[in-house]
Design a protein around this ligand. Sequence first.
Ligand SMILES: [Zn+2]
Ligand SMILES: [Zn+2]
Length: 535
Amino acid sequence: MNWPESMVYRVVSSVFCLLTACSGTTVAEADVVQPGKSCFEQLLPDLYRVMDTCNVYILRDGERAVVIDFGGGTWRNSLDSIGIRKIDYVLLTHHHRDQCEGLLSFDSPETTVRAPRGEEGFLTADGVPNYWKRRKARPSGYPASFSVLPRGLSSVKCDMSEGADLFWGRHRIRFLPTPGHTASAITVMITWNDRNVFFCGDAVHAGGRIWQPFHLEWDHWTPGGAQAAWYGLKRLGYCKIDLLCPSHGPVVARGANGCVELAAKRVMALIRAKGSVCEGERDDNFPVEPMSGLNARRVLPHLYQFGGNSFLLVSKTGDGFLVDPFKPNIPDLEALMAEAGVKRVTASIGSHFHYDHTDAYPLAKEKFGAEMWMHPRLAEVLGNSDKLDLPYLPAAPIMTDRVLPETGEFDWNEYHFNIWPFPGQTRWHCAFMATIDGQRVFFSGDTFQPPSRWNGTGGFCAYNDSRFDGFRECARLLLNVKPDLIANGHQVIYRFHASHYRRILDWCDMAEKAVSDLCPSKDYRRDYYVSQLME
Ligand SMILES: [Zn+2]
Ligand SMILES: [Zn+2]
């Protein structure tokens, strides 16, 4: 179906509501809403929109009003111009900062501010400080939200939920769960002038798209947020929608159900992209030899995998080289060193910045004297981990002892390594390869996994700055290099098969299209990514 832009109300001007003197306009039914000079754009009798940091919708009954989402709130100064003297309710579809920041300076005893049940942790005076404490903590995890107020609201009731209709005078206002942008996001529905009007927040954007689709990524490797969004969209789409009022972009006056259905279809494509990067490929795990009493396995005579994530390469001198140093694995390493007769570990190297692959750099240096070697991309992030906003950062900055080439070669004892950028799971990732006991072993961290481990990858998400062209680069590198063995993070060692990586190249096209299709600009480079600097 060739749908989008022709079937939405076009907004002629994107003038933000900074006007001090607004006058109401009455707009006849048409495909085009002309906001004119007023900041209040009338969509239906007694239903207005203001374009603020988000779309703010105002329902008027006499001198009273219900406001759906609040934005920056400057429009309040002009309410007189449309005859409104009292706001009974402000109803927030979800907690994102652009929806409600103006409420920080709004305190009216005659107005009740309500938000969806479940949003307390992102809106209340108690919840918000806790959120920021966790958000700024190190080591960091995946945030529960990407957009939260700097401080909580003094008065907000998080009690909007399905089945709990709000009666406002003779009007009935209903709430439908449409999670996605946030886990508890809600659509506000009212029958207004015989039209079923749905204020859907950011559940859907005109054209069957999603505003800032990275909000649908609730973690870095599952489609959980997208699955919840899909179900919410399906349920929304089962209702007959006469007017769809999203938080960003145009109001959809005709074909709203088609718009919602198209968004659901596109979200399903995202779910599919997150399901597997190498559908139909088979696992070919390389057998490893268990070591009695140790949390370690012998991969090759001079290569051991130990703990959850790490490898130890042993030189003929008896020195050890540590790959992906992770604190909980250090006791396993000490036991393994005793068993394998390794006297000292002289260097360590991480595949990517995530703390489960790097946080024991300093400990290995302190205990064994291991120099901290890093690819430039790791050095950049680990040295600035206190200034960056990325998932799974180590507790404190780690400064490198030796920066390895961006693309090139290095030696450790008798082993000769090649090293490359490997921007898959995250852009700050590298891979390196050496011939060990006659096998060309390719160390590749978390970018790829065998088909049955997770999704055949350690995941892709905007917050990790995963790039589809990066995954392409990684798959092409492997097809070019053709190693014998892939030694990954998370205890995985498997044989290389070209078909696996050719399949991944197909996936790159599919995943890039799935994400681009969701973006209002159709350009994932513009809409998909989230800022990586901590505010
Ligand atoms: Zn939002
Ligand atoms: Zn990782």
